[in-house]
Design a protein around this ligand. Structure first.
Ligand SMILES: Nc1ncnc2c1ncn2[C@@H]1O[C@H](COP(=O)(O)OP(=O)(O)OP(=O)(O)O)[C@@H](O)[C@H]1O
Ligand SMILES: [Zn+2]
Ligand SMILES: [Zn+2]
Length: 831
């Protein structure tokens, strides 16, 4: 007897193990590792994924239940992806089903639907005296009917249905159904032209539409959607049905892809002649691919050095060798221009996956990959799970981007997943950036000290294409401006530069570093700030709806007229930073045309891309925005980049604050002067001596990185040590402190018993420090208090496993207390 090991889709620790099911004969041959199945689980029917097939069961056969159904003809996951999911669940401590579900498109997140049908014949229906208005007639057909639909259609009969179910007259069955299905189109398949012409002779002249339809089909002898045909000859689909009845055409549903880029033309491009620098960078990547080595490369190329062309040519080689390629791009940089660069080169074999697609569109793109119709996947973070089977190359553009780490479970980092997936496929990984993450740089240059992984190979491209110069960077000390009496948002230098570009009809990008830039409400009399009553977070002011909102729990309240604390009327709203800048620009430079891009102006589908097109067509002078204007944009007429408040995020309590600031400033500076016209950058700051700002001026990534690494070493932060953040939350603080303390001492005890030292400063290899429990940076969220333990460790140990074991040990006690635990391995956000 063969059994299927199934992980059911219930994300809890109790169900986080495979359950065995018999494979009934009718399903034999359909069940594979990676199949999606429906299984009985207690009183319910659940969706699950088969993770193993075995000849013997863990429990007595008599107790085994059979699988109910296999949900897809082609298993949505491969054995390799199942293995990868197992690795993810160990590495980032999440239930296996959470990792498996992350790999499926939302359309396949099945829901179980209840159906009812008459249990034994329909005779009993006659005895029921129910003025059912059709309900009995509906049931009499004997077919299973969707319970939810019946209750909606016959709301007064709910009690009768319930009674029949109880009496066993109706039976209930559950079925797992997809949320989105494939789209099908009725298509007309005509007989050969000769037969149609013969048919035409039999049709009387007065049936002119029929004749016309036949003539059309005889002329264009090819399959055509019924609706299109009806349109072309001005008839109805019902009329076409009569042709089918006579056997002149066949009408069948045909699946059709929802192609989000269907209405676009992508003019095809051919490979560019590489610059010597590009050629030199490409060579080792190509030879690693040719030799089937699974190697990771860091492609460190300054902004505008032509990294994309290297990706394209590497992909081409990969495809030529019969393998497939994945390209990850930060969500925000996944603009149509970006997509175009890939579609123009590789045409229809490119599938695009990102979160702005509808579930249906995404499902169709995903199926193109699964069914082998696409061979290149371009997408945001989760595209790393593209269901390819022969991957030769994985490219991660802007590899330093924090959006590659998922902040909810599974809290994976796409870069680490890429390296593991490449290992499973014998594929090459190319990590590209002008400002690599310090961990990646360290791994490439120094062989990745304590990161456990394999070292990356370092490739550097220090120059822009065609020897275009990097832009000149000026730093303006805003304290000096103030001393000289300039209280405006723009320094004199920036204002002059803006005027100059307006006169020359060139374009500008202005960045407002919004992290840490206030959007709150404050009383000028008593200093009171509005905070969420459920979370320890200030409320954000939204000008459009004139209310205050909590971005964590969604709480909102009307804009106050007086201070809730002292009743003073001098209450002040700090609108979104960018709104204020927009107003200041309009006031200072009359007639200036500004496009503002921030979370408020880009929520609508397609708006982001509309703004960029408008800017590209030079219908605006200034592109003003937050982080989103810093990424990947390549506009020939941008000759000035201005940064307002460069240091706004420097003081955040996060050890990566200065790295992030440096990266952001370098990236945005890199938008200037990428083509013929030279570029200039003005950075306004209150902290002009700060390393992360002066290094931008000198375009000195390596100097910055080396100095930052010295600091990291002193503090034992990555890459010299690794972190795991364990957060506990509960309504009661004493409860949290006790559970937190129990965890900390449990973990310390476990480490000590393995001979792992706890003093991190001492020389030597393995060490683990457990800090806390202390109040989390966000001390309260949705009425629950939060405490965290930070685990800092280095050396060769499986710290994730130690944390998991410690938590498992305290399992029952924690469960009874109602404390929620969330674990973040290698956290990226310290806030
Ligand atoms: N071999 C080449 N010959 C001529 N032009 C090139 C060549 N390679 C790239 N370019 C052009 O140089 C410009 C910069 O290239 P690209 O956008 O790939 O830079 P990048 O390294 O990705 O920069 P960033 O990190 O700032 O996004 C583009 O306009 C591109 O078309
Ligand atoms: Zn007040
Ligand atoms: Zn809140």
């Amino acid at each position: 007897m063969t059994v299927a090991r199934v992980i059911v889709d219930v994300p809890s620790r109790d169900t986080d193990r495979p359950f065995d099911y018999l494979i009934p004969d009718r399903l034999a041959g359909w069940v594979e590792v990676g199949s999606r199945v429906a299984v009985p689980f207690g009183p319910r029917t659940l969706q699950g994924i088969v993770t193993g097939i075995a000849e013997d069961a863990d429990v007595a056969y008599a107790k085994l239940k059979p699988l109910e159904d296999v949900l897809d003809a082609l298993p949505p996951l491969s054995p390799e992806l199942v293995e990868l999911a197992e690795w993810i669940s160990r590495r980032w401590l999440c239930p296996l089903t959470v990792a498996l579900q992350a790999m499926l498109p939302a359309a396949l997140k099945g829901r179980s639907e209840k159906y009812v049908f008459p249990a034994f014949g329909a005779e009993w229906l006659e005895e029921e005296i129910v003025r059912s208005g059709g309900l009995l007639d509906a049931l009499r057909k004997g077919k299973p009917l969707k319970l939810a639909a019946l209750l909606k259609q016959y709301p007064n009969q709910g009690l009768s249905i319930k009674r029949w179910l109880r009496e066993g007259k109706l039976e209930e069955r559950q079925r797992v159904e997809n949320q989105v299905s494939v789209k099908t189109v009725l298509t007309v398949f005509p007989q050969p032209t000769g037969e149609l012409l013969q048919a035409l002779e039999k049709v009387p002249a007065r049936a002119s539409k029929q004749r016309e339809t036949l003539r059309y089909l005889a002329e264009h002898n090819e399959a055509i959607p019924a609706v299109k045909l009806a349109e072309a000859v001005g008839t109805t689909t019902t009329a076409i049905r009569t042709l089918e009845e006579r056997g002149w055409v066949e009408i069948r549903p045909v699946t059709e892809d929802r192609d989000p880029y269907a209405d676009r033309d992508f003019p095809s491009t051919t490979p560019m002649k590489l610059t010597p620098g590009q050629a030199e960078a490409l060579t080792p990547i190509q030879s690693a691919m040719a030799n089937g080595e699974s190697r990771t490369f860091l492609l460190h190329g300054v902004t505008g050095s032509g990294k994309t062309e290297i990706y394209l040519q590497a992909i081409q080689r990969c495809l030529e060798s019969g393998r497939e390629a994945i390209v990850l791009v930060p969500e925000i940089a996944l603009t149509p221009q970006m997509v175009e660069r890939f579609k123009s080169r590789f045409g229809a074999s490119v599938a695009v996956l990102h979160s702005r697609l509808s579930h249906g569109e995404r499902y169709d793109e995903w199926r193109k990959i699964r069914e082998g119709r696409a061979r290149v996947a371009v997408g945001a973070r989760s595209a790393i799970f593209a269901p390819f089977t022969k991957i030769g190359l994985i490219v991660i553009d802007e590899e330093h981007e924090t959006s590659y780490k998922q902040e909810e479970s599974p809290k994976y980092h796409a870069r680490d997943v890429a390296v593991e997936r490449a290992r499973l496929h014998g594929a090459v990984v190319v990590l590209g950036s002008a400002t690599p993450a310090l961990e990646t740089y360290d791994s490439a240059v120094y062989g990745g000290r304590d990161q456990g992984g394999e070292a990356a190979t370092y490739i550097v491209m220090p120059d822009r294409v065609a020897n275009r110069p990097l832009p000149r960077v000026h730093i303006v000390d805003m304290r000096e401006e103030l001393k000289l009496g300039n209280r405006a948002m723009f320094s004199r230098m920036l204002a002059d530069a803006i005027r100059d570009r307006l006169a020359k009809r060139e374009q500008m990008v202005l960045l407002l570093n919004r992290r840490g830039y206030a959007t709150f409400v404050m009383c000028r009399s008593c200093g009171h700030t509005a905070a969420c009553p459920h979370c320890e977070i200030s409320l954000t002011y939204h000008r459009g709806s004139q209310n205050l909102r909590c971005h964590y729990c969604g709480y909102s309240e009307a804009e106050p007229k007086t201070c809730p604390s002292c009743e003073s009327p001098h209450i002040r709203f700090f609108g979104t930073g960018t709104q204020k800048v927009e107003e200041a620009l309009a006031a200072t430079f009359p007639g200036i045309r500004v496009i503002r891009m921030d979370v408020d102006t880009t929520t609508e589908k397609g708006s982001h891309e509309r703004w960029l097109t408008e800017f590209r067509e030079r219908r605006a002078d200034v592109l003003l925005g937050t982080q989103m204007v810093a990424k990947g944009l390549d506009f020939p007429y941008v000759t000035l980049v201005g940064v307002l408040a460069a240091d706004a995020a420097l003081r955040l309590p996060d050890f990566r604050a200065s790295e992030r600031t440096f990266q952001l400033l370098t990236q945005v500076a890199g938008r200037a002067g990428r083509h013929e016209l030279p570029g200039e950058v003005v950075i306004q700051t209150y902290d002009p001596e700060h390393e992360s700002i002066t290094s931008v001026q000198g375009h000195d990534y390596i100097g910055f990185a080396e100095r930052a690494l010295v600091l990291r070493k002193q503090l034992g932060y990555p890459p010299y040590g690794r972190l795991i953040c364990v957060t506990f939350s509960h309504e009661s603080v004493p409860m949290l402190l006790s559970v937190g303390a129990q965890f900390a001492s449990g973990l310390k005890g476990r480490a000590a018993s393995l001979g792992i030292r706890h003093d991190f400063d001492a020389a030597g290899s393995s060490a683990m420090e457990v800090l806390g429990p202390v109040s989390s940076p966000i001390a309260r969220l949705k009425d629950r208090y939060r405490f965290q333990c930070m685990v800092k460790y280095r050396g060769d140990m499986d710290a994730s496993a130690l944390v998991a074991e410690t938590l498992a040990d305290m399992g029952e006690a924690v469960k009874r207390s109602g404390v929620q635990v969330s674990v973040d391995v290698d956290p990226q956000m310290m806030l």
